[in-house]
Ligand binder design. Structure first.
Ligand code: FCB
Length: 463
């Protein structure tokens, strides 16, 4: 067994998001978000649950901060609830909403924990959806106004700012596949939504830098290496297509100031665009989108293996036996994290990366003696942290790692059926119970190091 030490100054964190943990849907002046409306529609959430209460973090935040201190994290990634701060999307901010995050930030700083703030973790105010949502350019302007409100209030204390979390999920799951809020099924709207997310990112970067000169501003992308299921030409092309729309549709505009030509051609072929002359892009937009990033946030969970479907479209296929999948059906594949990190820094020249989410849902047993045994989650976290360690040793500038998540929470379309927490939550009582992974993470943080083990992926790595 060897101990792999991380550099001094590395951020060891956990991540959460407002909609998933706060609850208090109608309290403190909060307005509904698109997820409140979506969850109230029939057959949208796997277990029929609603995010009205979730972990009740709005009331229990002080005790949850105690958990952060116990873990010993030196950073905490959370999001501000957009509809808690701007209940109708426009106009005067809700003072109680701002006060909530103000107190949270103060308490984090008093605990020696760096606040790492995300502005848009998917909870668009429903009032803005009624005016077109992300498919409308006006929403991009509303986002910047929101960013300014938060930056004015918290910019004297918050250094790390993230504009959007995983724009692909908002655009594709929310507007093309309809499995996420707002539940639209229009590829054309999805393309518009993606662009409005990107352009609002660029505008917000500038606005935040204007208000908070010391800010480190970035965006969080969910990236996944795309592997062909076989060497056949059709499967290789399926992997290219998936990569084009999942990874490069965001990486290319953000880091190169243009949409990927092959992916644009794919969309034309599929009838989603009339020509390469993208109608939703206005003069100057792409220059704003490529505003230099202080860091790229990478959410990494798995790789994706693609085969050509009967219609020629990429189809994700299972690439591992059941025992190597998490409860999300995602393959446990830590080497993919090395691959993603190598790509963003090598191919795209990113100079600072934070792993803003990484974690796994498994079925956990009932608590016994005040804790929950979750050996598979420990192995998952350890093997991914070891991948980060390898990347750092190879010279990749990774500066932080945030485990998803502090608590079991409302896992979007899957409701409460998927548990990612370092703490288990009894959603009937709100009671939290630490999992063995919480003890393991705490020990690793204290040592600023991760120990490999005989069963770790290091032993399994392909030559
Ligand atoms: C990511 C989301 C996060 C959480 C994890 C499991 O896509 O950003 O909120 O749901 O997946």
């Amino acid at each position: 067994m060897a101990l792999h030490r991380f550099p001094a100054g590395f951020l060891w964190g956990v991540a959460t998001s407002a909609q998933q943990i706060e609850g208090a849907r109608n309290e403190g002046g909060r307005g509904d978000s698109i997820w409140d409306r979506f969850a109230a529609m029939p057959d949208t959430i796997e277990d029929g649950s609603r995010p009205d209460t979730t972990c009740d973090h709005y009331h229990r935040w002080r005790e949850d901060l105690g958990r952060l201190r116990w873990l010993g994290v030196n950073a905490y990634r959370f999001s501000t609830g957009w509809s808690r701060i701007l209940p109708t999307g426009h106009g005067a901010p809700n003072p109680a909403g701002l006060d909530f995050y103000d107190a949270l930030v103060d308490e984090l700083l008093a605990s020696g924990i760096e606040p790492f703030l995300t502005l848009n973790h998917w909870d668009l105010p429903d009032a803005l959806q009624q005016r077109g949502g992300w498919a409308a350019r006006e929403t991009a302007r509303a986002f910047v106004a929101y960013a300014e409100v938060v930056a004015r209030r918290l910019g004297d204390r918050v250094r790390f700012w993230t504009t959007h979390n995983e724009p692909w999920c908002i655009a594709t799951l929310g507007h093309e596949e309809g499995s996420h809020a707002p539940g639209r099924r229009s590829p054309q709207e999805a393309l518009r939504a993606a662009h409005h997310l990107l352009v609002s990112h660029g505008w917000a970067v500038e606005a935040i830098r204007g208000l908070v000169p010391a800010a480190q501003v970035g965006i969080v992308l969910n990236l996944s290496p795309a592997w062909p299921a076989s060497p056949a030409e059709a499967d290789r092309d399926a992997a290219r297509q998936f990569d084009g729309f999942f990874n490069r549709w965001y990486l290319d505009p953000l880091l190169r100031g243009r949409y990927p030509a092959d992916a644009v051609a794919d969309r034309i072929r599929r009838g989603h665009l009339a020509s390469a002359d993208l109608p939703f892009v206005q003069d100057g937009d792409l220059d704003r989108v490529r505003a230099p990033l202080d860091y790229l946030g990478v959410n990494y969970y798995s790789r994706t293996v693609l085969a050509a479907g009967p219609d020629g479209l990429p189809k994700a296929v299972p690439a591992a036996p059941r025992e190597e999948l998490t409860e999300m059906g995602w393959e446990v594949y830590p080497d993919g994290l090395d691959e993603v990190l190598g790509r963003v820094t090598g191919e795209y020249g990113v100079r600072s990366v934070h792993i803003t989410e990484n974690g796994a849902a498994f079925v956990d047993p009932a608590p016994a003696d005040g804790r929950i045994a979750d050996p598979r989650r420990i192995a998952y976290l350890r093997d991914h942290l070891l991948a980060v360690h390898r990347a750092i040793a190879a010279g990749v500038p990774v500066h932080g790692y945030f485990a998803w998540s502090l608590l079991d929470n409302f896992e979007w379309g899957q409701g409460f059926t998927r548990r990612f927490g370092l703490y288990g939550v009894d959603f009937a009582t709100g009671e939290r119970t630490p999992k063995d992974s919480a003890f393991w993470y705490r020990d690793s943080i204290a040592a600023r190091a991760v120990a490999d083990g005989p069963e770790s992926c290091i032993a399994r790595r392909k030559p």
